[in-house]
Design a protein around this ligand. Structure first.
Ligand SMILES: Cc1ncc(COP(=O)(O)O)c(C=O)c1O
Length: 483
């Protein structure tokens, strides 16, 4: 066993050491990766070492280097070495982390890690929390508590009576909400027809006067869904004003802060989230900006009682009732891994200053991207907020997809495409602890090469680029500031 684990550690180290120079793109596409996998179910056992070595051999060409310092797709964090090492221990201990009494240390680590996250994000100290698979399930957890609370206030007990015959719940949500909010509403039996969208400004931040108008239009149980960090532009909703308006209407406020909530951990950027602590619930991820391995999201809820009532379970065969926090009482899962372990390790290793440095550095990298790309003829930077950058190449609408395909093929870096306000764009999300300004510069050069390739293949000529070299990093603090 020791040899096998050493071999796994060797494969892991070799892969991680290759990340700085490895092409980011996978060298096999999905059909090729499928074809390369040994897929006959063996009739007899296979030697463990052979299984491991062949797994690595078969899989690695089909692995995109998402942990690369130049992976900027979607919103995907890397893995801090200490978080990976702690995650190995969580897998090694293989605790079913649902109950405190059979796994006291896992429960204690979760309790401490949850309190640390709440503290760092500046949220109410007595809020409750749950470590779940990702922001999607954090929404489902928090919105279950929200739904049950607003209906309980209207005299309806969802835990006992379900939703059949319940008063309608209004969900008043930014038009730019992430799709996972809608899926949480579907999972919770509220459906998406109950959503009343609220218009947002050109950066994607909710317009508070529009929210006020919506709230005033009708009464009844209501949940407001705002966001801190738009997936395309990084924009943060004006949370203070959102909470003011919702407070006047007696509505619950839920904040999607999958990555953006982490801005609160930086003294320089905390002000962007002014009023955030006044909300009723928050959903965030540790597998994004905190750089712990997949998967780890966190639901945080100010109304502990609503949270607990929505999630708690009891069974005679469980050892419950200790005067301690039982993780199972706050989570939608029953059995689950001890996913707070790498969060604890990451936060201990970084400390407050390390998290702030990580937040500020990745924002500075996004700003550098925006400044350098804005200086490129043929590219328009539409938005830059926090660690996100939204860029559009001049020309036909499919230009962004073609540019992204060329960038991905080149392998220096990896960006992805999106639709923003009806137009196809390229998005850049800087989310890895490994990324430095040098990686940004190298990636900008690759993006420019891909642009030039377009010019060559289409026969058009780009106007020579301005002589302006790389701009100094970190020159603006603002979310959603359009350069
Ligand atoms: C703003 C926002 N909300 C929610 C999510 C979903 O997060 P997860 O994939 O962890 O469920 C994302 C993912 O990028 C996001 O950016």
């Amino acid at each position: 066993m020791r040899d096998l684990l050493s071999a796994a550690a060797g494969h892991a180290a070799a892969y991680l050491e290759s990340l700085p120079e490895r092409p980011v793109v996978a060298s096999r596409d999905a059909p090729a990766a499928r074809a390369a996998l040994r897929d006959a179910l063996p009739d007899v056992p296979t030697d463990d070492r052979r299984v491991l070595d062949e797994l690595v051999e078969d899989a690695e060409p089909g692995i995109t280097a998402m942990g690369s310092p130049r992976f900027f797709g979607f919103v995907i964090g890397g893995t801090l070495p200490v978080a990976l090492a702690a995650d190995w221990m969580a897998s090694t201990w293989d605790q079913n982390a649902g109950l405190a009494s059979p796994t006291p240390a896992a429960a204690a680590i979760e309790e401490v890690a949850g309190a640390w996250v709440i503290d760092l994000l500046g949220l109410p100290r007595d809020a409750s929390f749950a470590f779940v698979t990702g922001c999607q399930m954090a929404h489902a957890t928090a919105l279950a508590a929200a739904r049950n609370r607003v209906l309980a206030d209207a005299g309806w007990e969802v835990e006992r009576d379900g939703l059949t015959g319940a008063p309608p719940v209004r969900v008043i949500a930014t038009q730019e909400r992430h799709v996972t909010v809608d899926r949480a509403l579907r999972l919770l039996g509220l459906g998406t027809a109950c959503v009343e969208p609220v218009a947002a400004d050109e950066r994607g931040a909710m317009l508070p006067e529009e929210l006020e108008r919506r709230l005033a239009a009708a009464g009844g149980p209501a949940i407001v869904c705002a966001q801190a960090g738009d997936v395309n532009t990084g924009a943060v909703d004006p949370l203070d004003e959102v909470c003011d308006a919702a407070g006047r209407a007696g509505a619950w406020v839920h904040v999607d802060g999958a990555f953006g909530l982490w801005a609160a951990a930086s003294p320089r950027r905390r002000g962007l989230l002014r009023g955030c602590e006044r909300a009723d619930s928050w959903a965030t991820d540790a597998h994004k900006w905190l750089n712990v391995p997949y998967d780890c999201g966190i639901a945080i809820i100010a109304d502990r009682e609503a949270h607990r009532r929505a999630m708690a379970v009891q069974a005679s065969y469980l050892q419950q009732g200790e005067p301690v926090r039982e993780p199972m009482d706050w989570n939608p899962e029953f059995s689950r891994r001890a996913r707070a372990v790498p969060v604890y390790a990451a936060l201990r290793s970084l400390g407050r200053s390390g998290v702030a440095e990580l937040v500020d550095r990745l924002c500075a990298c996004a700003e550098r991207f925006a400044e350098r790309l804005a200086a490129q003829p043929g590219l328009e930077v539409l938005a830059q907020g926090l660690n996100q950058v939204l860029v559009r190449p001049d020309g036909p609408d499919d230009g962004a997809d073609r540019l992204v395909a060329r960038i991905q093929r080149d392998g220096t870096c990896w960006t992805s495409a999106t639709t923003w306000r009806g137009r196809r764009c390229m998005r850049i999300s800087v989310c890895s602890w490994r990324t430095t300004l040098a990686d940004v510069d190298r990636s900008v050069d690759a993006i420019v090469r891909a642009l030039d390739e377009r010019a060559v293949t289409s026969g058009s000529r780009r106007t020579p680029r301005s002589a302006a070299g790389p701009a100094p990093p970190g020159s603006s603090d603002g979310a959603g500031s359009s350069p």
